[in-house]
Design a protein around this ligand. Structure first.
Ligand SMILES: Cc1cc2nc3c(=O)[nH]c(=O)nc-3n(C[C@H](O)[C@H](O)[C@H](O)COP(=O)(O)O)c2cc1C
Length: 201
């Protein structure tokens, strides 16, 4: 069950201090990895995201609207405890063990997509187990992966690094982080990033 964003945001500040990893800028393109960055115009875009409390969903919706891409919610059969401390403790254990929940949704016509945005909340300095399960379930050969993350103050931390490690060999576009808000991303920041990626409508 989803908890309120307000609770998550305040507790996230504590978590971000506890989480391992660096504290990169809280908003803005990650340092470009020129060897793995591609900005060609995509033919078809999928905006895949997991969201526990709605912030990442809000950004994903904005991206889909601005790119004309197909919105896809990563869902699982997995439940989290209702109380915040129990929930975050469980999530931490899952991340540490590499747990991947069973996916309960799948994108249609996967082969058709040229560019796949992959969105996640920053959990303990990395992305959520549901996203790890999604990345493990599909072949990203021939696609450009564009990671985006919402966070409670920690910024990128290890999110991009871990995703590049999980999808070793995949082509990546510039990753972006957004402060977690139910109202979504700053429109100007979003538009500049999508233009840079060659993904704006
Ligand atoms: C289990 C858990 C761990 C979190 N860890 C971090 C963290 O390490 N760094 C951070 O900046 N925010 C952290 N947060 C805050 C979330 O990244 C932030 O609230 C995000 O926008 C939530 O996205 P969502 O509403 O799409 O689930 C954490 C939140 C949860 C629930």
């Amino acid at each position: 069950m989803k908890k309120t964003t307000g609770i998550l945001m305040s507790a996230a500040l504590m978590l971000s201090m506890a989480a391992c990893g660096n504290t990169a800028a809280s908003e803005g393109p990650a340092a470009a990895d020129s060897a793995q960055t591609k900005t060609a115009s995509p033919k078809k875009i999928l905006v895949a995201y997991y969201s526990y409390s709605g912030n990442t969903q809000a950004v994903a919706q904005q991206i889909a609207k601005a790119t004309g891409g197909t919105l896809f919610e990563i869902t699982t059969d997995h439940q989290y405890p209702e109380t915040y401390n129990a929930m975050t403790a469980q999530a931490k254990k899952e991340i540490q063990s590499g747990f991947k929940p069973e996916l309960t949704s799948q994108p249609e016509n996967w082969a058709d997509y040229d560019m796949v945005f992959v969105g996640s909340p920053n959990w303990w300095g990395t992305y959520a187990p549901a996203v790890s399960a999604f990345l493990a379930a599909y072949d990203f050969t021939g696609k450009t992966v564009v990671p985006f993350f919402t966070h409670g103050g920690g910024g990128m931390q290890n999110c991009e690094r871990d995703m590049k490690k999980q999808l070793a060999g995949a082509t990546f576009g510039a990753a972006m982080t957004f402060p977690g808000r139910s109202s979504g991303a700053n429109e100007k920041t979003l538009a500049a990033w999508l233009t840079q990626l060659g993904a704006a409508k």
